[in-house]
Each structure stands twice: as C-alpha cells, then as structure tokens.
Design a protein around this ligand. Structure first.
Ligand code: AMP
Length: 587
C-alpha cells in the first residue's frame, strides 16, 4: 500500500485550491507576508486573536454571516453570527473586568461543546487573559494538577461538572477566585456565579486594549513521559499560522461550511475548532454530541458541510460500519476531508474515496507547534500512509541526536530519525510554563525536536514511524504514563505501577497498567476492578487504564527506573532489546 498514490488534477478541482503551486509558494513564502492576511488592531495597537477571529469581520461586511452553527445533543440548533459573537465576547470580556480579572490572568474552561465555551474562550482573549481549555472528560486529578500548575484565576464550567469534579478541589486551589457556571449556581457558594446574571447583564461594548503579538494567549497542557503535564505557552501572534494553515492545509474558502470534530479541550479543537475557521470568516459547525457514525453522517448531509477535519479513531469506527452506511447519505457539498492526531492507516485514506468519493488528507502537528506543520494538500498527490509535505514557511527534516546533544540532519531519504522543524514560526510555543530546562531540551542547532520518529522519502513526503518516548496516544488523546502511574500509586494496595500503550486496531493504543502489590494484598479480579474504578474516578474515562495486570515485581534499571519499554516488548511478544541496564526483573 505504501507504494500507491492518489493522483490529483488541481485544475479540475472546484473551487481551485488556495495552494495550487506548492513548490513556487514554498520558495516565495514569508511569514511577514502571511501576517497581511490579518488586520491587526485598529491604530496599530497590536494583534489580538479575538479581533482577527470575530470583530474585524464586521468591518468586512460579515457581521450578519453565521460564524458558529451549534447543534445541541438534544437536536437544538443555535446560530451565532459574527455580529452576535462580537457582542457576546464583549459581554464576557466586560464580565471578567467586573470581577477585577486583569490581562494576563488565567481563565480555565471546563465544559462540553456548548456555545458559552466558544464565547468564553474568545471573550477571555478579547480581555487579554490567558485561556486554558480543559477536556470535560478529565477526572478531578488532571483538572486540579493543571489548574494548580497554570494558576487558574477563573474557571468557567457547568453546575454538574462543578459539583462532580471541582467543588472538592477548591481547598487545593486557593488562587481560583471566580467560578462562572453556565446554568443555575448553587446558593451560598462563595466565588461562584451564574453565567446569565454575570455575563448576561454586562455591556457588550468593549474596546480591545493594546495587545503585543508576543503576549501570552493560550496555555495548552500536554503530557510527557515523566513528570507533570507541560504547559505549552502560545501567543496572540500564533493567529498568523492559524490563518495560513486554514488557507493552505484545510483549503478554506469564504463560502465553506467547515466542521472540525475535535473538542476544544485538546489543541486541535482550539486552533481549528475555534480560531482558524473564524479567522478565515467561514461558517463553523459545532456538534455537541459525541461520536456516532449515523449522527455524524446526518450532520454532514443536513448542514452541507464542505470541509471536514476529523481524526483516525473516528474514521476507523466508521470503516467498521462499511461504506454502504455512508452512501445512504447525500453529500454533494463535501469537497475536502482532512485528518489529524494519530497515524492514519493507508486503508483509511483509500476507504475515504470508496465511501465518500474523497480521500482523507492526513496532516501532522502537535500541541507545541500550535498549528498544522505537515500536510497532504488538495493540489498534491497523496501517498496513502504519509503525513504529507511541510507547509510553506516550514522546513522539516529528519535528524539524529549525537552524544553531545547536537543533531545531525539526515540528508538521504528513507532513513528513520527524529522529526525536526526549523525554528521559528508564529504558532511555535514560547515555552513550557515554569519549565525552562525542559523547554530548552527541545532544541538543538536551530531545530525544534518533535519527539516523533519519522522518515522522509525521495519526493519529500514524511512518514510517521512512532514516538521517541513512552507517551500514549489513545483515541487521539495524548496521555502521560506518569500521570496514570501516580494515580494508581495513590491506592493503598499498590507498591509499583507502570503504564504502557497497547496497540489497538480502532483507538490506536489503549492504556494498560502493570501493578505490583504491597505485602498483604492479594491479586485477583476484585482488586483489579477496584483499581480500574479508582483510576477512572481520579483521572476520568479518557485517561484511566482499560487493562491492569498484576506482577510480583516490575523490571527496573540499576538507577531504579521502571522499564516500561521492556514491559511493552513482553506484552507484544517483541524482541526485548538491550537489557544491559536491567537490575531487577519481574520474573
Ligand atoms: P498532541 O500534542 O496531543 O496534539 O499530540 C501530538 C502527537 O500526536 C504528535 O507528536 C504525534 O505523535 C501524534 N500525531 C499527530 N498527528 C499525527 C499524524 N498525522 N500521524 C501520526 N501521528 C500523529
């Protein structure tokens, strides 16, 4: 399959792709020029994401155009025009001001895909606060950890999530001064207010203050192999990359109806579920419901979605139901489909053609890069299984690390190494919050080292090989083994824990834990269930392990580090590799 190719005839595509001459555009592209896609704040007062995504469209005659088309899970619909969004974000920004919240302070968001999520996200950027969206399926532990690390001042959530996950954490979060609940607030709860009373009564007139393009806008937490989650810091200037990638990689045109299925609790849902489509001025569909193939096909048909950005796990789930299920829907508007977040198997790309009459275009990026870096573009041939080619303005290479921590670029094609990107570009993270050393280690010789292993072929296409670390990707969500192990270790029966990603045909990897018990505890089904339940309660369903195996001991290095890789190799029946550092074993 890796040798096959889907040939494109760009001249036959309608509308003509924004990026028609890939090589030519790459040779002339500059980020300074891309910045001209945007307006900037009036009077040269800087660059603010909310101004670019919302307010400026009123000057360009789009005030009455639908910006967000919200589809509630109960069948409700709500349309917010760019004009409505401008007023609503103004109200939210004023509401923050009435609470005394200052620019630079952190506003955390924890809720499903409700319209208020989008208003709060953009409104907080308007107020020049720093926004951290959290995934609503997180359990209390990941929420508390991120709110503590990120110094959350404000949290916007729902009464139900507050009650279930946040209320018990308040003592741990003394800096969290204000909770805004989308719904009825409980009586007599200090610092807790209802959205309608607070935001509904605020004025919608708001003039965005001067915003330095280098000022912090978003703080996205991502997981590493060890230690706490890392807060990747992104600035308002990142919007230049959102605008350019929306044009080139997603091929958005003015009259598109765009649907990004990602949740804003993850970076794709923020960069491409909120910012990029609005910056481009298109109509963006927001579906509140979780994945269900028939529901999704219904959304594509009814809403006349023309550009669809989704993820491999969902595509594989649709494949299981077969192409006929898709063909029952009429989708003449659909013209471009893209996918991100995990490896997209070649069969899935081709299945797109069989079922939808269009291939899926895989693209690659990560929380740290802030925007799409490598993509299959509408006008270029697709090699199914490849992530595509670097975006104009992005130089990608395969490098190998040397012992002295410098890197060597691998010039020849076909060799595995670490995927590296030449710095800078506008949406590159500006640091990991409070972790300068960890941030510095991501760079060598002018390259950002992505932590992914990849290969480049003779035509300049990049192919994903694997992760260089032990981080797990399950259903597109990045999960740090350390976070899961820490939650297991909190249980009184657990002496040691190690967590791996076990390959799964649908979700990519499932989280599997190995546990050694303290003396006096007996391994068995009852304890297994108890530990699964404990982890689920602490971490939430999206992060908790799905499988737990008991071991008398876990294999460790001489320095006492548990060898997750060895556990994984044994689990999968793969060669055990170099065991020279192995000190004690499970056997
Ligand atoms: P996140 O920071 O959560 O967006 O996860 C980024 C990671 O997801 C990357 O470093 C890759 O390991 C993986 N990833 C993202 N897109 C792709 C893709 N198209 N193919 C393979 N892996 C991907």
């Amino acid at each position: 399959m890796t040798g096959s190719r889907i040939t494109k005839r760009p001249g036959n595509l309608s509308p003509l792709p924004n990026l028609r001459d890939y090589e030519g555009t790459c040779s002339t592209f500059s980020w300074d020029q891309a910045a001209r896609l945007l307006d900037g704040l009036p009077g040269g007062a800087g660059l603010n994401i909310c101004h670019e995504a919302v307010d400026r469209h009123l000057r360009h005659g789009r005030g009455g155009k639908t910006a967000l088309r919200w589809l509630g899970k109960g069948g409700e619909r709500r349309e917010l025009t760019y004009g409505d969004l401008s007023l609503a974000t103004g109200r939210f920004a004023n509401a923050l001001g009435s609470l005394g919240v200052q620019p630079g302070e952190r506003v955390f968001l924890l809720m499903g895909r409700l319209p208020e999520l989008y208003v709060a996200l953009l409104g907080a950027l308007k107020a020049r606060c720093v926004v951290t969206p959290l995934f609503s399926a997180f359990g209390p532990e990941p929420i508390a950890m991120r709110a503590e690390l990120g110094d959350a001042r404000v949290l916007v959530t729902t009464p139900e999530l507050y009650q279930r996950k946040v209320r018990g954490l308040r003592a741990r979060l003394p800096g969290l001064k204000h909770v805004i609940l989308v719904g009825e607030p409980p009586a007599g709860e200090p610092g807790v207010q209802g959205w309608d009373a607070l935001v509904g009564s605020a004025s919608s007139d708001y003039v965005i203050g001067p915003t330095d393009p280098e000022s912090l806008a978003l703080l996205h937490f991502t997981s590493g192999t060890t230690g706490r989650p890392k807060g990747a810091m992104h600035v308002h200037g990142a919007v230049v990359a959102h605008a350019a990638t929306a044009l080139y990689a997603l091929d958005l045109h003015d009259d598109d109806i765009f649907w990004c299925t990602a949740d804003p609790g993850w970076v794709t849902g923020t960069s491409y579920g909120v910012i990029a489509p609005l910056v481009t001025g298109v109509t963006s569909v927001v579906a509140e419901a979780e994945f269900d193939a028939q529901t999704w096909y219904g959304v594509l048909e009814r809403e006349k979605v023309s550009v669809w950005y989704t993820a491999p796990t969902a595509i594989r789930m649709m494949m299981k139901l077969g192409a006929d299920a898709v063909r029952a829907y009429k989708l003449p508007a659909l013209r471009f489909m893209a996918s991100v977040g995990e490896p997209l198997n070649p069969e899935a790309v081709v299945w797109g053609q069989e079922a939808f009459g269009l291939p899926f275009h895989d693209n690659w990026w990560q929380t740290e890069t802030g925007g799409i870096m490598i993509a299959n573009f509408p006008a270029l041939d697709i090699k199914p299984g490849s992530m595509g080619r670097p975006l104009p303005g992005i130089t990608a290479a395969i490098v190998q690390r040397r012992a002295d921590a410098s890197v060597q670029v691998v010039a020849e094609p076909g060799i595995d190494g670490e995927l590296a990107l030449k710095v800078p570009w506008p949406s590159m993270m500006r640091g990991y919050l409070h972790e300068d050393e960890r941030y510095r280690k991501c760079f060598a010789g002018g390259w950002y080292l992505t932590g992914d292993l990849a290969r480049r072929d003779e035509d300049g296409y990049f192919w994903f090989v694997g992760r260089a670390d032990d981080v797990i990707k399950s259903a597109g969500h990045l999960i740090g083994p350390f976070e899961v192990e820490s939650a297991l270790l909190e249980h009184p029966a657990v002496a040691e824990a190690a967590v791996i990603g076990k390959p799964d045909p649908i979700v990519g990897e499932v989280v599997k834990a190995f546990v050694a018990l303290k003396p006096g505890f007996e391994a068995g089904e009852a304890l297994r269930r108890e530990l699964l339940g404990h982890a689920r309660k602490r971490l939430g369903a999206a992060v908790a392990p799905k499988e737990i195996d008991f071991r008398a001991n876990l294999p460790k290095t001489r320095s006492g580090k548990i060898m997750r890789r060895l556990l994984k190799a044994r689990e999968l029946g793969l060669p055990e590799g170099d065991l020279s550092t192995l000190e004690s074993d499970e056997k």
